[in-house]
Design a protein around this ligand. Structure first.
Ligand SMILES: Cc1cc2nc3c(=O)[nH]c(=O)nc-3n(C[C@H](O)[C@H](O)[C@H](O)COP(=O)(O)OP(=O)(O)OC[C@H]3O[C@@H](n4cnc5c(N)ncnc54)[C@H](O)[C@@H]3O)c2cc1C
Length: 431
């Protein structure tokens, strides 16, 4: 959508093809926020952030396996991406908690609810207004190439109008993840066979298959992001903002078992090790105040247990009363002292006093980290590292920028940064 808007602005004619009946993909489901380095909101709050620290934090979470060029480009252009969004009428706020143990608060969020819904609601009308030809229920089934391998269009399978070809001077793949391709996940990660995903139903990795048949390099499909918190028994993600704003994780013995602000790829496996393969996310009104709309949404969906104190909550959840009460009381003392001697949590933003809320959570695949190899201009590269002419990519279909784990909030920033970059490259190279 971002790329289409930019291309239309430059006077190009864009056809946007979406295989599902609605636009938005997994972007629509993003709940937490958008990472921006040196935003006006950071400055207003006295946060002296910089790109080097953002890169360091992203590499720390990605275990150094990130595409360093793409991560730096992301940091350098994040402020511009937020400005792009603001120019369309978007307005975000700074989330005070640091996500995944990073150096500074830099995630922006919307008090109106989930960031993805909010962004799509602002970007989609701009797309329509741009004059792009938007076609839903239209699945790309093949990339068309000339005898030299240059991409020259796509073959589309329309749900209501059959198969047809579109000739194009450039094709930008923004087909998202493969998180909902159970067969591929089981093949690459047998240990996670049958695990749920919180990604949208159309996330089958189509772009990887299309590009691979056109000669593209596809790397590290075994890298996925295990999100620690889906509501048990569902495929709905509970945003990590609840933990990062003060929520804690407790197991069936009524005890904490991990630094609740640790990176997601650490938390997921830790939860799977607990009895029943799940945990309880516990929080109080101090957390609710920070993400009220999101909490209210979870209450409406029936995920939230509410109790006036720890004793009542232990009874509701069937936890050993004495141990759970002690866990909550001890945490309250740690919060007073701002020190967590048990697990070294850095920010203790709630004291767990007053009314308590609990959601049972299970890990699931939140997104995927492998994919197409792209250069800094978003060209899709072939197996020899050379660009495939007229083929570009942006978003989650591109692999490696997140490394072994995604720093929460980097993806939606990347949608704007790399969507714009792909469009700029196409504009320059189109004849
Ligand atoms: C529950 C959840 C919460 C998240 N929260 C956050 C967050 O807070 N912050 C953050 O930064 N990131 C978050 N993410 C990750 C982020 O939302 C995604 O990585 C990102 O939005 C993906 O954008 P995309 O455009 O690459 O893919 P998508 O948004 O999935 O869009 C790809 C689109 O391509 C379509 N498509 C696929 N194949 C074809 C085909 N063959 N033909 C036509 N169309 C096709 C799909 O149907 C889909 O609509 C979250 C993800 C999930 C699932």
């Amino acid at each position: 959508m971002v790329a289409a808007i930019e291309l239309q602005k430059a006077g190009k004619n864009v056809i946007l093809l979406e295989k599902m009946p609605i636009l938005g993909g997994s972007s629509l489901l993003a709940t937490g926020g958008m990472n921006v380095v040196r935003s006006d909101l950071q400055e207003k709050n006295g946060v002296a952030d910089n790109v080097d620290t953002f890169v360091k934090d992203s590499l720390h979470i990605g275990k150094g396996a990130n595409d360093k060029d793409l991560i730096r480009i992301l940091g350098e252009n994040s402020k511009d991406a937020y400005q792009w969004f603001k120019d369309l009428g978007g307005h975000l706020e700074l989330q005070k908690g640091r996500t995944g143990g990073t150096t500074y608060p830099r995630q922006l969020y919307t008090p109106t609810g989930g960031i993805g819904r909010y962004m799509v609601d602002i970007i989609e009308p701009a797309l329509v207004q741009s004059g792009a030809d938007v076609r839903v229920n239209s699945k790309v089934v093949k990339l068309l190439q000339d005898p030299n391998g240059n991409v020259k269009g796509v073959l589309v399978k329309g749900k209501h109008n059959g198969i047809y070809a579109i000739e194009a001077n450039a094709v930008i793949l923004a087909t998202g993840s493969y998180a909902n391709n159970g067969e591929l996940i089981a093949q690459k990660l047998p240990q996670f066979k049958g695990i749920i995903t919180t990604a949208q139903p159309g996330s089958h990795g189509d772009g990887l298959q299309l590009a691979s048949k056109a000669g593209a390099q596809v790397n590290h499909l075994e890298r996925v992001q295990i999100h620690p918190n889906a509501a048990a028994g569902t495929t709905i993600m509970i945003t990590q903002a609840i933990r990062n704003n003060g929520g804690i994780l407790v197991n069936r013995s009524g005890k904490r078992f991990v630094d609740d602000q640790a990176p997601r790829n650490k938390l997921g496996p830790e939860i799977l090790k607990q009895e029943g393969g799940s945990a309880f996310l516990i929080y109080n009104d101090q957390v609710v105040q920070k993400r009220k709309k999101v909490h209210e949404g979870y209450v409406k969906l029936g995920f939230v247990n509410t109790a006036s104190d720890a004793k009542e909550m232990a009874q509701k959840l069937g936890l050993p009363e004495k141990d759970f009460v002690q866990t909550i009381e001890t945490y309250g003392k740690y919060a007073d002292e701002q020190k967590d001697p048990d697990f070294g949590r850095k920010e203790l933003m709630s004291d767990m006093r007053g009314t308590l809320y609990a959601i049972e959570v299970i890990p699931g695949i939140g997104g995927t980290l492998g994919g197409l190899k792209a250069d800094a201009d978003m060209h899709v590269l072939d197996k020899n590292g050379k660009p495939i002419n007229n083929l570009l990519a942006a978003g989650e279909v591109v692999g490696e920028w997140h490394g072994m784990d995604r720093y929460g909030g980097n993806a939606v920033t990347g949608n704007i940064v790399f969507g714009k970059k792909a469009a700029q490259t196409a504009i320059q190279e189109m004849r």
